[in-house]
Design a protein around this ligand. Sequence first.
Ligand code: HEM
Length: 547
Amino acid sequence: MPTLEIDWNDRTSITGAVLVIYAIYWVFNAVYLLYFHPLAKFPGPKLPVITAWYTFYHDVVRPGMMMWEIEKWHRKYGPIIRINADEIHIKDSHFYETLYAPKGRKADRWARLSTMFGTPESVFAASDSKTHKERRTPLNPFFSRSTVSKLEPVLQEKVSKLTTRLTGFVGEGDTALVKARAEERRILGREEGWIGGKEIRTREPKPDPGGVVRLDVAFFALTQDVVCDYSFAKDWKHLDHAHFNPESKDSQTEGLEAVGIIRLFPMLPMYLQELPRWAAALVSPAFAMYLDSKLAIRKEIIKIMEGKVKKESKSDRTVFDALINSDLLPEHKTLNRLTAEGSVLIIAGTDTTARALSFIFFYLLKDKEMYAKLKAALMEVMPDPNNVPPWIELEKIPYLYGCMREGLRLSHGLTSRQSRVSNQPVKYKGWEIPPNTPVSESAYFVLSDPEIFPEPEKFVPERWMGTAAQRSNLERYMVSWGKGNQQCLGMHLATAEIVLATAVIVRRFEMELYRTTLEDVQVHHDSFVAAVVPWSRGIRVILTESV
Ligand code: HEM
C-alpha cells in the first residue's frame, strides 16, 4: 500500500505535502459548504459558495459588478438565494421593511463589515443594537426635522453663496455651447438637447472650455460646506474654490471604488490608516486625501474640546460642541470616537445628497418642459427670487416634492447591500434563515421595481402627486434612506438641502446640459454608493441666464 512519505530536509517535498493537505482540506470544506452547512438548502449558484475568488472577480477585477450577478441569480433561482458561503440575499420589495425594521426581533449590522470605513468607534460601525443605540441617541436631536429647520440660516447662506458663484458663470460658456450644438447637429442631423434620447460620445476638448460648470462638483461643494458648518461651525470654503474643488469630490469617488476589496478584507482600512502619509499616497492618492480630511476633522474637534473654536457660522450650536459639552459619559466623548463620527458625517452627508441634486437637474434639463413647469410652480410661491421661503414651505409644492423624490430614487444613494443579522431565525415564504446569518436586500432593486414604480428608469415627478393613499403606498417603498434603527441619520438635512437648492437655482437660472448623457447618471456599478461609468466627466452645464 502506497504511503505518503515526507523528506523533511527537502523543500519540494514539504511544499508538495502542504499543497496536498490544503487540497484535501479544500475538498472537504467544499463538500461541507455545499451539503452540510446550515445554508446548504438555499438555492443559488455553487461556485461563489465554495470560493471567494468568484466574488473577488466580480467585485474587484470587474469593480462593483457583483450587484448585476446577484440580479442574474435572482432571475434564475428565485427571490431568496445564497450568494456566497455566509450570506443570503432576498429580492422582494414587499419584504424590505420586514427585514430591516422587524417587530420583535433584532436586525443588527453585520459585525464583519463594521471596520470597512476605518472608523470602528462611529455610529455607522456599531454592529450590536445596544452599542448602536448608545452612539445614535445623542446624535438624533441634531438631525431632527425641527433642528434642521432651526438651522435653516446656515443652509440659506450656503445656497445663496452657491448662486452668487453660479451667476459669475452666466454667459461665459456661450461659445462652447454654440460649438457643442453645431457638432450635435452634424452628428444627429437634427436639433436636440445633448442627450436627446440618443447616446453619443465624441472626442472632447480637455479640460472643459471656459464657462462649463460641473454641477455634480458644485453640489458636492455645497453639501460638504453645509455638513462641516453644521458639525464644527467651520467654513471649509469648497464653494469659494474657482471650480468648486473637483479634487475633493473625485478623491471621494475614487476612494469608494476600493469598497469591493474592502468588503472581502474589511480590516484593510484599519491597517492602511496606520501608514505614514507618503506611504498612504503611494497606495492610493485618494486614500491619502481621506487621511488628510480625517486629520483636519481631528484638529477641529481638538479646538472645540479646548474651547478655542472661532465660529465662522450662522449657527450658534453645532453637533460637536453640543456633544462635547453634554453630560454624556466620558467614553462617548473621546477624541477618537468624535473624530470617527465626524468622518462618517462628512462621507455619508456629502456625495449622496449632491448626487440626488445633480440627478434632479440632469432630468429637468433633459426635458426642458419639466424645468419650465417647476419654474412656473416656484414663481407662484417665490415671486421675488431674493425672498426664499423656508424649506418646509417649499417642500409642500407638489411638483418640487415629486422632483425631490424622483432625484432621490434614481440617484440610488447606497447601492451596496446592507447586511443584517438577527439572533432569531428570519422567516421568509416558507424558508427559515438560521439565526446570525447575514441577510440583505439591495435598495436598488426596490427603487427600480417596475411593479411599484412603473417605467422605473424614467424621472416622473407626477408619480408622487397622486391621492394621499397612493402617495403613502409609494412612500413605503421609498427605501433610499434605508429602514429601521439604522435608517439614515441625515435624511431631514439632506431633504432640506435638496429642496432649497433646487428651488433657488431653478427659480434664478436658465442653463443647458453640456455634453452630458444618460451614461453620466445611470448606475453602472456599485462602489458602496451608485457609481457611473469610469469615463464620465460629470454632469456639466452652461448657464445662460439669471435673475
Ligand atoms: C441623499 C442623501 C442621503 C442618502 C440617500 C443616504 C442614505 C443612507 C442610508 C441608506 C443609510 C442606512 C445604511 C444602512 O441601512 O445600514 C444611511 C445611514 C446614515 N446616514 Fe445617510 N444618506 C444621505 C444623506 C445623509 C446626510 C446629509 C447625513 C449627515 C450629515 C447622513 C448621515 C448618515 C449616518 C450617520 C448614517 C448611519 C446611521 C446609523 O447607523 O444609525 N446621511 N444613509
